[in-house]
Write a protein that binds this ligand. Sequence first.
Ligand code: IPE
Ligand code: IPE
Ligand code: MG
Length: 244
Amino acid sequence: MQNNTTFSPEEIARLPVHIAAIMDGNGRWAKKRGLPRTAGHREGSETFRRAAEYMADIGMRYFTVYAFSTENWKRPAEEVGVIMGLLEKYLQEAIDSMVAKNIRLCFFGDLTPLPDRLRRLIERTDAISRDMTGLQVNVCLNYGGRQEIARAARRLAERVAAGELRPEDITPERMGDEMYSAGVPDPDLVIRTSGELRLSNFLLWQSAYSEFYVTDKLWPDMTEADFAEAIRAYMGRNRRFGGL
Ligand code: IPE
Ligand code: IPE
Ligand code: MG
């Protein structure tokens, strides 16, 4: 049976391989309900869990989400603490469901400043994830696109300084190999919720030719049908990559 959240065989052939999402609007979702912003993050983490399951169900290969930016540390310590706690809770639960659903969880970003407990959970998740062959979920955590590009440049510069590479060996391909996303195809579709028309330092390098889809829906309100709508909008696009 086909409904608006499942795809016909013709559609399946045209599904994106990699979807990325800027999960925005948790605070506004809570504010609309007279709740503290942290209630929005709680609901948003539930939406993330459902979204990842949906992506796995429809056979998506990669799903990359923006969970916490390098700039989000500017928020009140209490809010940051709640977000870190929710990530811990999510990982604790995911460790059990990952194997059952064959989902591989990866992390993009500088994990060194994260709380110890969260870092240890990420290490455990990494170890379990290695054998999973289904959907790969990339969680961007303390992630910034500019920081990622600068890090790649630094890593290549070190190899030049060590005499392993010449400056002229630095190509876009070599840069790509030094990104957190090395080996992952660029996102076909980037979804941003809550109507904001900006990248906010997300996947600057990788989204060079991504299709964008912005919805006014707030992240916690996103349903399977909303993701399906974004995917169908993507399927109607004409990607040219600079050609004709
Ligand atoms: C996105 O929701 C979650 C994070 C940035 C961690 P926001 O917290 O940015 O929600 P708004 O944009 O204030 O509504
Ligand atoms: C982007 O949302 C970061 C995440 C969704 C994690 P923000 O809410 O931080 O972005 P700005 O501040 O509106 O640009
Ligand atoms: Mg926001």
